[in-house]
Design a protein around this ligand. Sequence first.
Ligand SMILES: Cc1cc2nc3c(=O)[nH]c(=O)nc-3n(C[C@H](O)[C@H](O)[C@H](O)COP(=O)(O)O)c2cc1C
Length: 183
Amino acid sequence: MKNILFIVGSLRKDSFNRLLAKEAEKYLAGKAEITYLDYTDVPLLNQDIEYPAPAAVVQLRETVAKADGLWIFTPEYNFSYPGHLKNVLDWLSRPVVAYDFATPTVINSKKVALSGAGGQMATGKCREKLTELLTFIKADVMAAPQTGVILNAEAWTEGRMILTDDQRAALKEQADAFVKYLG
Ligand SMILES: Cc1cc2nc3c(=O)[nH]c(=O)nc-3n(C[C@H](O)[C@H](O)[C@H](O)COP(=O)(O)O)c2cc1C
Protein backbone atom coordinates (compact mmCIF):
# COMPACT_ATOMS: atom_id res chain seq x y z
CA MET A 1 0.00 0.00 0.00
CA LYS A 2 1.23 3.50 -0.82
CA ASN A 3 1.89 5.94 1.99
CA ILE A 4 0.78 9.54 1.73
CA LEU A 5 2.07 12.31 3.91
CA PHE A 6 -0.61 14.89 4.70
CA ILE A 7 0.61 18.45 5.16
CA VAL A 8 -1.87 20.87 6.69
CA GLY A 9 -0.94 24.46 5.92
CA SER A 10 -2.60 25.84 9.04
CA LEU A 11 -1.29 25.85 12.59
CA ARG A 12 -4.76 26.64 13.99
CA LYS A 13 -6.13 24.04 16.42
CA ASP A 14 -9.61 24.04 14.84
CA SER A 15 -8.33 24.45 11.30
CA PHE A 16 -10.91 23.82 8.59
CA ASN A 17 -8.12 22.57 6.38
CA ARG A 18 -7.25 19.97 9.00
CA LEU A 19 -10.92 18.91 8.99
CA LEU A 20 -10.75 18.66 5.21
CA ALA A 21 -7.71 16.40 5.55
CA LYS A 22 -9.62 14.24 8.06
CA GLU A 23 -12.42 13.92 5.52
CA ALA A 24 -9.99 12.94 2.76
CA GLU A 25 -8.55 10.27 5.06
CA LYS A 26 -11.90 8.46 4.94
CA TYR A 27 -11.71 8.13 1.17
CA LEU A 28 -8.22 6.65 1.33
CA ALA A 29 -9.11 3.96 3.87
CA GLY A 30 -7.76 0.62 2.66
CA LYS A 31 -6.05 2.34 -0.30
CA ALA A 32 -3.18 4.26 1.31
CA GLU A 33 -1.52 4.74 4.67
CA ILE A 34 -1.77 8.27 5.99
CA THR A 35 0.54 10.18 8.29
CA TYR A 36 0.45 13.87 9.15
CA LEU A 37 3.54 16.02 9.00
CA ASP A 38 4.32 17.79 12.27
CA TYR A 39 6.45 20.77 11.33
CA THR A 40 5.96 22.82 14.49
CA ASP A 41 9.64 22.42 15.44
CA VAL A 42 11.03 23.37 12.01
CA PRO A 43 12.85 26.69 12.48
CA LEU A 44 12.60 29.63 10.14
CA LEU A 45 15.16 29.17 7.41
CA ASN A 46 18.28 31.13 8.17
CA GLN A 47 21.38 30.32 6.13
CA ASP A 48 23.48 30.81 9.26
CA ILE A 49 21.98 27.59 10.70
CA GLU A 50 21.61 25.64 7.44
CA TYR A 51 24.69 23.39 7.78
CA PRO A 52 24.61 21.07 9.60
CA ALA A 53 20.84 20.94 9.30
CA PRO A 54 18.89 21.36 12.55
CA ALA A 55 17.50 18.06 13.94
CA ALA A 56 13.90 19.03 13.04
CA VAL A 57 14.97 19.58 9.42
CA VAL A 58 16.79 16.23 9.27
CA GLN A 59 13.59 14.63 10.56
CA LEU A 60 11.48 16.60 8.06
CA ARG A 61 13.61 15.42 5.14
CA GLU A 62 13.48 11.78 6.32
CA THR A 63 9.70 11.92 6.66
CA VAL A 64 9.25 13.41 3.20
CA ALA A 65 11.74 10.99 1.64
CA LYS A 66 9.77 7.99 2.98
CA ALA A 67 6.43 9.20 1.59
CA ASP A 68 5.21 8.03 -1.82
CA GLY A 69 3.30 11.28 -2.15
CA LEU A 70 2.35 14.47 -0.36
CA TRP A 71 -1.16 15.85 -0.08
CA ILE A 72 -1.24 19.48 0.96
CA PHE A 73 -4.40 20.95 2.50
CA THR A 74 -3.87 24.64 2.92
CA PRO A 75 -5.66 27.89 3.56
CA GLU A 76 -5.09 30.87 1.31
CA TYR A 77 -3.38 33.83 2.99
CA ASN A 78 -3.66 37.07 1.02
CA PHE A 79 -4.10 35.34 -2.34
CA SER A 80 -1.08 33.14 -1.68
CA TYR A 81 0.22 30.32 0.56
CA PRO A 82 0.93 30.77 4.29
CA GLY A 83 4.50 31.70 5.21
CA HIS A 84 5.06 28.66 7.44
CA LEU A 85 4.25 26.36 4.49
CA LYS A 86 6.71 28.27 2.31
CA ASN A 87 9.31 27.84 5.05
CA VAL A 88 8.91 24.04 5.03
CA LEU A 89 9.17 23.96 1.23
CA ASP A 90 12.21 26.26 1.27
CA TRP A 91 14.00 23.83 3.60
CA LEU A 92 13.06 20.92 1.33
CA SER A 93 14.38 22.77 -1.70
CA ARG A 94 17.93 23.08 -0.35
CA PRO A 95 20.77 20.58 -0.92
CA VAL A 96 21.53 18.32 2.04
CA VAL A 97 25.24 18.93 1.55
CA ALA A 98 26.27 22.56 1.04
CA TYR A 99 26.63 23.50 -2.66
CA ASP A 100 25.82 19.95 -3.78
CA PHE A 101 23.23 20.92 -6.37
CA ALA A 102 23.84 17.71 -8.35
CA THR A 103 22.17 15.33 -5.87
CA PRO A 104 18.36 15.50 -6.11
CA THR A 105 16.60 16.88 -3.04
CA VAL A 106 13.88 14.85 -1.31
CA ILE A 107 11.18 17.04 -2.90
CA ASN A 108 12.57 16.38 -6.40
CA SER A 109 9.98 14.33 -8.39
CA LYS A 110 7.80 13.93 -5.29
CA LYS A 111 4.16 13.59 -6.31
CA VAL A 112 1.93 16.22 -4.72
CA ALA A 113 -1.86 16.72 -4.51
CA LEU A 114 -3.37 20.08 -3.57
CA SER A 115 -6.58 21.00 -1.76
CA GLY A 116 -7.79 23.87 0.32
CA ALA A 117 -10.72 25.43 2.14
CA GLY A 118 -11.20 29.18 2.26
CA GLY A 119 -13.23 32.11 0.95
CA GLN A 120 -14.77 32.86 -2.44
CA MET A 121 -11.67 31.85 -4.42
CA ALA A 122 -11.80 28.36 -2.84
CA THR A 123 -8.02 28.79 -2.33
CA GLY A 124 -7.55 28.89 -6.12
CA LYS A 125 -4.97 31.67 -5.99
CA CYS A 126 -3.04 29.86 -3.27
CA ARG A 127 -3.01 26.59 -5.22
CA GLU A 128 -1.95 28.39 -8.39
CA LYS A 129 1.03 29.99 -6.65
CA LEU A 130 1.84 26.80 -4.76
CA THR A 131 1.92 24.93 -8.08
CA GLU A 132 4.39 27.48 -9.41
CA LEU A 133 6.61 27.12 -6.33
CA LEU A 134 6.43 23.31 -6.24
CA THR A 135 7.18 23.07 -9.95
CA PHE A 136 10.16 25.37 -9.50
CA ILE A 137 11.59 23.09 -6.80
CA LYS A 138 10.97 20.12 -9.15
CA ALA A 139 8.06 18.45 -7.32
CA ASP A 140 5.54 16.63 -9.50
CA VAL A 141 2.17 18.33 -8.93
CA MET A 142 -1.01 16.53 -9.92
CA ALA A 143 -2.61 19.42 -11.83
CA ALA A 144 -6.11 17.97 -11.71
CA PRO A 145 -8.28 17.14 -9.97
CA GLN A 146 -7.81 19.46 -7.02
CA THR A 147 -10.41 20.22 -4.35
CA GLY A 148 -11.21 23.83 -3.55
CA VAL A 149 -13.81 24.34 -0.84
CA ILE A 150 -15.69 27.62 -0.40
CA LEU A 151 -16.43 27.64 3.31
CA ASN A 152 -20.10 27.79 4.29
CA ALA A 153 -21.54 30.71 6.29
CA GLU A 154 -21.56 28.70 9.55
CA ALA A 155 -17.83 28.16 9.25
CA TRP A 156 -17.22 31.90 9.47
CA THR A 157 -19.90 32.69 12.10
CA GLU A 158 -19.87 29.58 14.32
CA GLY A 159 -16.65 27.78 13.37
CA ARG A 160 -18.53 24.82 11.87
CA MET A 161 -17.46 23.54 8.46
CA ILE A 162 -20.24 21.75 6.64
CA LEU A 163 -19.25 20.10 3.39
CA THR A 164 -21.77 19.74 0.58
CA ASP A 165 -22.27 16.44 -1.22
CA ASP A 166 -20.45 17.93 -4.23
CA GLN A 167 -17.45 18.91 -2.11
CA ARG A 168 -17.27 15.42 -0.59
CA ALA A 169 -17.55 13.88 -4.06
CA ALA A 170 -14.74 16.12 -5.32
CA LEU A 171 -12.52 15.04 -2.45
CA LYS A 172 -13.26 11.37 -3.11
CA GLU A 173 -12.53 11.82 -6.80
CA GLN A 174 -9.23 13.49 -5.93
CA ALA A 175 -8.33 10.70 -3.48
CA ASP A 176 -8.94 8.05 -6.13
CA ALA A 177 -7.05 10.03 -8.76
CA PHE A 178 -4.06 10.55 -6.45
CA VAL A 179 -3.80 6.85 -5.60
CA LYS A 180 -3.72 6.17 -9.36
CA TYR A 181 -1.20 8.99 -9.89
CA LEU A 182 1.08 7.34 -7.34
CA GLY A 183 0.96 4.23 -9.55
C1 LIG B 1 -3.33 36.45 7.15
C2 LIG B 1 -4.61 35.90 6.57
C3 LIG B 1 -4.91 36.16 5.25
C4 LIG B 1 -6.05 35.60 4.68
N1 LIG B 1 -6.28 35.75 3.33
C5 LIG B 1 -7.24 35.02 2.73
C6 LIG B 1 -7.34 34.97 1.30
O1 LIG B 1 -6.59 35.60 0.57
N2 LIG B 1 -8.29 34.18 0.76
C7 LIG B 1 -9.14 33.44 1.53
O2 LIG B 1 -9.97 32.69 1.00
N3 LIG B 1 -9.10 33.48 2.89
C8 LIG B 1 -8.17 34.24 3.50
N4 LIG B 1 -8.05 34.24 4.88
C9 LIG B 1 -9.09 33.58 5.68
C10 LIG B 1 -8.85 32.08 5.79
O3 LIG B 1 -9.41 31.44 4.67
C11 LIG B 1 -9.53 31.56 7.06
O4 LIG B 1 -8.96 32.19 8.21
C12 LIG B 1 -9.45 30.06 7.19
O5 LIG B 1 -10.26 29.63 8.25
C13 LIG B 1 -8.01 29.60 7.45
O6 LIG B 1 -7.91 28.21 7.31
P1 LIG B 1 -7.86 27.22 8.60
O7 LIG B 1 -9.28 27.19 9.16
O8 LIG B 1 -7.45 25.91 8.03
O9 LIG B 1 -6.89 27.80 9.57
C14 LIG B 1 -6.94 34.83 5.47
C15 LIG B 1 -6.63 34.59 6.82
C16 LIG B 1 -5.47 35.11 7.37
C17 LIG B 1 -5.13 34.79 8.81
